[in-house]
Design a protein around this ligand. Structure first.
Ligand SMILES: Cc1cc2nc3c(=O)[nH]c(=O)nc-3n(C[C@H](O)[C@H](O)[C@H](O)COP(=O)(O)O)c2cc1C
Length: 223
């Protein structure tokens, strides 16, 4: 792949999703900023719950024979990832949580290092920003650098929602710029370093139980 790609993941089950309007605006900004974009509706994919069997840590593969890897492969081949979820009981949707839980090995192996993250959320009453922050934080612990987020509470009215759409478009342009210029966020570097140090300790401690991850770290020259 010699172009830069941004993937947007919509985890609302609704046809006329409010959150997807924000996501689509981010993707539109990223496209105008010079990136290829891919839009994924997570509800179209069968994604089982993580069983905590540790097989991915041990072997690099998951025991489930479902459609997780169809989504995951696009994430891994993208330079920018836009996560989107409505607020469901002050949290992300269960569908999005299923996807994130299946990415525990991504945290260990810090596979999103060098990639950029954006998150968007809407809520009926409150909490949209917290949900968007959680999504960005989840990608951050996998190695991605956070470019920004938009959270809109619908209770704030149509005018503020429209402003949220506009901010999302601008954020998409910022995301493309970060990708194309390989932007460094010096305030996030300490967090990345601390995370990698923690994972080095964990994986060397568990090297006999998790040979796949240990080998991965050795090949990366992290251990
Ligand atoms: C199961 C469920 C739980 C929800 N929980 C909350 C909540 O805790 N707080 C809130 O403000 N809105 C809540 N909402 C409202 C949605 O966050 C809101 O309608 C959102 O804009 C829906 O986004 P969508 O159109 O992208 O699906 C909930 C909606 C559903 C269906």
């Amino acid at each position: 792949m010699n172009y830069m790609q941004v993937v947007g993941i919509n985890s609302s089950p609704r046809k006329k999703s409010n959150t997807d309007l924000l996501l689509s605006a981010v993707l539109s900004g990223a496209s105008d900023g010079g990136c290829e974009t891919v839009h994924i509706d997570l509800y179209n994919f069968e994604i089982e719950y993580c069983k905590a069997c540790d097989t991915c840590y041990k072997t690099g593969s998951c025991v489930h024979m479902d459609e997780f890897s169809d989504v995951y492969d696009v994430i891994l081949e993208s330079d920018g990832i836009v996560m989107s979820s409505p607020n469901y009981i002050n949290n992300i949707t269960a569908k999005m949580k299923s996807l994130l839980d299946r990415m525990a090995d991504t945290v260990h192996c810090q596979r999103l290092l060098g990639k950029y993250s954006v998150a968007v959320s809407t809520a009926g009453g409150s909490g949209a920003q917290e949900v968007a922050d959680y999504l960005n934080q989840s990608l951050f612990i996998m190695g991605a650098s956070i470019v920004g987020s938009v959270g809109v509470n619908l209770s704030d009215g149509e005018e503020l929602f429209q402003k949220g759409v506009d901010r999302s478009y601008q954020l998409g342009i910022q995301l493309a710029d970060a990708i194309l210029t390989k932007a460094e966020f010096s305030d996030q570097q300490e967090g990345h370093n601390a995370m990698l140090d923690r994972m080095k300790q964990l994986i060397s401690f568990r090297k006999d139980e998790w040979p796949y991850e240990y080998t991965y770290f050795v090949q990366k020259k992290w251990l």
